[in-house]
Design a protein around this ligand. Structure first.
Ligand code: 1CP
Length: 347
């Protein structure tokens, strides 16, 4: 099939430039809600899918072809670069990342090697290069943020309250800083390698950092996020995105970072972010993914409201407030994507 002209609406929205229509992509747009994904997943473990570039590229392209979204996100996991540096991680179906050797003491941190992308994750760079040739929309590279990575490394898996993570942070602040520093270096190295291979934008997922209050975020996390986004800004002009769940109380802190786009979950409206919190950066979000199981009329009304609020200032990328769920229908996301393109073109 002939390659279509490159659709750069997503990149323009990241830079707060004029767009032909509001660009849209969905977090976890490659996943178990797609029958094609489930079929491939039956044959491979998660990391096998991740480590075979042809499979990784196919799964990355699937939602672009099926839904008509304006960006692709590399099929990988935030745990992907941790495995080669000494974290014994497995992705368990229906659970998520499970770690056999959780961090308890500072000595556990010194066991972790530095990431050398060409040696440690060659398949990721190969997949990015392959996708760069195949896609006619921008490819988003990504990494986990230090707090969120640390939460899995310390808890040993998904957590509800991040008790062990926060206890480590409060009780062993020096070890915490060593860990944050090490993970910040890994994040920057990994993202720079994805950009050099062809990623057109990068998103940093700090999904669980909303567990901290604002003063603790400022003290224990903000310094390394300043470092990460500062180093990326110095090295490259590809747009950067920062996302977290339940992190509305941190948005004014995030506004100070050298990041281009802030990702919102569904708890804070775009109106609130712009008018009450004074956020001037591009915004990405923020339909509640659970609403996708409600009646179409409700989905459409909510999408319109988000688009109307997003259109007041240049720089809006439509997305969900968090990832897709396995019980969402492909047809719903197809209809939503078409609606967003059509409605934003008219208005
Ligand atoms: O399509 C895409 O979005 C690209 C692929 C992608 C991304 C961006 C995957 C594949 N994972 C991620 C990031 C990721 N992984 C995050 C940040 C985004 C978010 O908050 O959802 C997090 C927290 C993880 C950790 C993780 N990996 C979880 C969550 C567990 C928890 O703590 O609640 C899960 C379930 C996984 C496994 C995983 N990663 C990706 C997929 C498709 C899956 C399911 C694997 C399967 O088929 O069993």
């Amino acid at each position: 099939m002939a390659k279509q002209p490159f659709n750069d609406n997503f990149l323009r929205a990241c830079r707060q430039e004029a767009v032909d229509h509001t660009p849209v992509w969905y977090m976890r747009q490659a996943g178990r809600y797609q029958p094609e994904y489930r079929k491939i997943r039956e044959k491979y473990t998660f990391f096998e899918m991740n480590e075979i570039p042809e499979v990784c590229a196919e799964v990355t392209r699937l939602p672009v072809e099926q839904l008509g979204v304006d960006a692709a996100i590399l099929f990988a996991d935030i745990m992907t670069p941790l495995k080669p540096i000494g974290v014994d991680v497995d992705i368990k179906s229906g659970i998520g990342p499970v770690i056999a050797n959780p961090i308890r003491h500072v000595e556990d941190i010194s066991q972790l090697r530095e990431l050398e992308p060409e040696k440690d994750v060659p398949y990721i760079l190969e997949s990015v290069k392959m996708l760069e040739q195949q896609l006619s929309v921008p490819l988003i590279g990504f990494a986990g943020a230090p707090f969120t990575l640390a939460s899995y490394m310390i808890e040993g898996g998904p957590s509800k309250n991040y008790h062990l993570t926060k206890a480590f942070m409060y009780a062993q602040p020096e070890a915490w800083n060593v860990l944050m520093d090490k993970l910040a270096t890994l994040t920057v190295t990994y993202l720079k390698a994805q950009i050099a291979a062809g990623a057109k934008a990068v998103q940093i997922f700090d999904s669980w950092v909303g567990a901290l209050n604002q003063p603790d975020y400022r003290r224990y996390v903000a310094p390394i996020m300043h470092r990460i986004f500062g180093e990326l800004k110095e090295a490259t002009d590809v747009p950067t995105i920062y996302f977290g769940v339940g992190a509305g109380h941190l948005l004014t802190e995030w506004n100070r970072l050298q990041v281009d786009v802030l990702g919102l979950d569904w708890r804070v409206t775009i109106h609130t972010a712009r008018e009450e919190l004074g956020i001037q950066k591009s915004l990405q979000g923020n339909l509640d993914p659970s609403l996708l199981l409600g009646p179409w009329e409700m989905i459409e009304a909510q999408a319109k409201e988000i688009l109307d609020q997003g259109a007041k200032v240049p720089g809006h990328i439509f997305n969900l407030g968090h990832g897709t769920y396995p019980d969402i229908k492909v047809e719903t996301l197809q209809r939503l994507t078409a609606f967003i393109h059509e409605y934003s073109q008219q208005n």
